[in-house]
Unconditional design. Structure first.
Lengths: 337, 137
């Protein structure tokens, strides 16, 4: 399946799905037919923040910092620093600076940060002063983290879904790009309900072995008890629950585990749940997601919904129909048998 | 004219687009666009401002129609001439006693929002010193 290299779609988005057991590809709006009154769609309402920042070290070298994770409470973040090259160069071909060579201070715009080594190539940055940095300065100074396979630089607005609110993600929860207002209204008119969770999707890879081993880092999720009860009510009344994207499934499955232990509050929680093919997903009947292929980090989670064989058949059909993959590509809908 | 369109039309348009999805997920809500008498009545030398506010009024009406299913309610507020710094700069010779006080308008408006008397999806509100806040056609 080819990669989508433009964030502007000149034609309708497509979706691959099974109809009476046969893989087929249609216009994204065709999925209205796959849902029925009483079904519940759960989306990730996280916005995507501009986590690429230009910084200067003590020698006045220009660096590109990519924030792996931010921490609002301690006003600090984990980062890696690239020197030389632009976003058009694949990250595996770019040089990452050892934090020991950065010195003790980094300048980002007007702000000064102290550098603390975290791992061999990662470091923690703490604001020296200016407690407002996290939310305001990232938006003032940052740009979206770019993908080298894109034709043009992706602007902030193009990385937000219709539902985007809390700016927790470094990478867009892109399954939600499937939804236009037109599609939402058609679904509502058919009696389909919507609910949301928030999950901050971090970087899943950066192209360097040492760093990719620790990625993705623990991510932050928030699932309210209201959303969990909506899921329960939907299933009790015979409706189906469909997650929009792998982040939604991870967040809800983790929240359910916390809830069983009586530890779920309506607050953000650290989510380190990994879902493999062996995981028994019991909160969802299906998932709408991007065209993830074998070997990608999200593929294993999809195996919890359908066999590799079935997914491969869907991907083959998608490829034949000219579907595109990655952030700005097309979609697939997997419903459990 | 471009600056007026940026501020009074594109700004609200982009802000509404940014928040509408989250408001829909939260079960709906009210979006209030601040309009003006100048959106409906032509005043010489107020072209850029009037055109931008007239466009905002139409945007409000269209979005009210489009987003009914999302549970959003759109309000257009014409608060009349108010005793503000901006008014002082624009029309320094105005007799102050003829101007509406911002706190009076704000209070009437909040009372209206809290009461939620009307079920219309598009609401046109005009503040008048004699009659207070009224729903207009």
């Amino acid at each position: 399946v080819k990669i989508a290299s433009s964030y502007i779609r000149k034609s309708f988005k497509k979706i691959a799905y099974f109809q009476e057991g046969n893989p087929q590809v249609g216009n994204i709006n065709d999925i209205v037919r796959c849902f029925k009154s009483g079904d519940l769609i759960i989306v990730n309402d996280s916005a995507t923040a501009p986590m690429s920042l230009e910084a200067r070290d003590r020698f006045n070298n220009s660096l590109e910092l990519r924030l792996l994770r931010t921490n609002e409470l301690s006003n600090s973040f984990l980062a890696v620093a690239f020197v030389g090259g632009s976003w058009k160069v694949p990250t595996e071909n770019r040089k990452i600076i050892d934090p020991m060579h950065l010195g003790e201070r980094l300048h980002i715009g007007e702000q000064v940060f102290s550098v603390r080594k975290f791992g061999p190539t990662t470091f923690k940055l703490c604001a020296v002063d200016g407690p407002e940095f996290m939310s305001t300065e990232i938006y003032r100074a940052g740009r979206m983290i770019q993908y080298s396979y894109m034709d043009d630089e992706v602007p902030l607005w193009a990385s937000q879904s219709i539902f985007a609110s809390r700016p927790w993600s470094s990478e867009a929860p892109s399954a939600a790009f499937a939804f236009s207002w037109n599609l939402i209204f058609q679904l509502i008119a058919n009696g389909v309900n919507f609910a949301s969770i928030t999950h901050g999707a971090g970087l899943s890879s950066i192209g360097h072995v040492e760093i990719d081993e620790i990625l993705p880092l623990t991510e932050v999720s928030m699932v309210t008890s209201e959303t969990l009860s909506l899921i329960e009510q939907t299933r009790m009344s015979g409706g189906r629950v469909i997650g929009i994207g792998t982040s939604v499934v991870r967040a809800v499955e983790a929240a359910k585990q916390l809830n069983i232990k009586g530890m779920l509050t309506n607050q953000p929680f650290e989510n380190s749940l990994r879902i493999s093919s062996k995981h028994r997903i019991d909160q969802f009947d299906g998932i709408l997601t991007g065209l993830h292929q074998e070997g990608e980090s999200h593929f294993e989670l999809l195996n919890a919904f359908a066999s590799s064989h079935k997914i491969e058949a869907l991907l083959a059909e998608a490829s034949l129909s000219g579907c595109l993959t990655h952030e700005f590509g097309d979609f697939m809908l997997l419903l459990k048998d | 004219l471009e600056a007026a369109i940026q501020t009074n039309l594109l700004g609200p348009f982009r802000l509404i687009k940014a928040v509408a999805g989250a408001m829909f997920l939260a079960g709906g809500g009210d979006i209030v666009n601040i309009s003006s008498d100048a959106a409906k009545t032509p005043y010489p030398n107020w072209g850029a401002y009037s055109v931008s506010k007239a466009a905002l009024d139409m945007l409000t009406e269209i979005m009210a129609l489009e987003s009914e299913a999302a549970g959003l309610r759109f309000l257009r507020l014409d608060q009349g001439e108010m005793d503000t710094t901006l008014h002082e700069q624009a029309l320094p010779d105005t007799e102050k006693s003829t101007l509406n006080q911002p706190q009076d308008v704000a209070k009437a408006f909040i009372d209206f929002l809290v009461k939620r008397e009307t079920r219309n999806r598009h609401i046109n509100l005009v503040f008048d010193r004699a009659f207070g806040l009224k729903e207009a056609l």
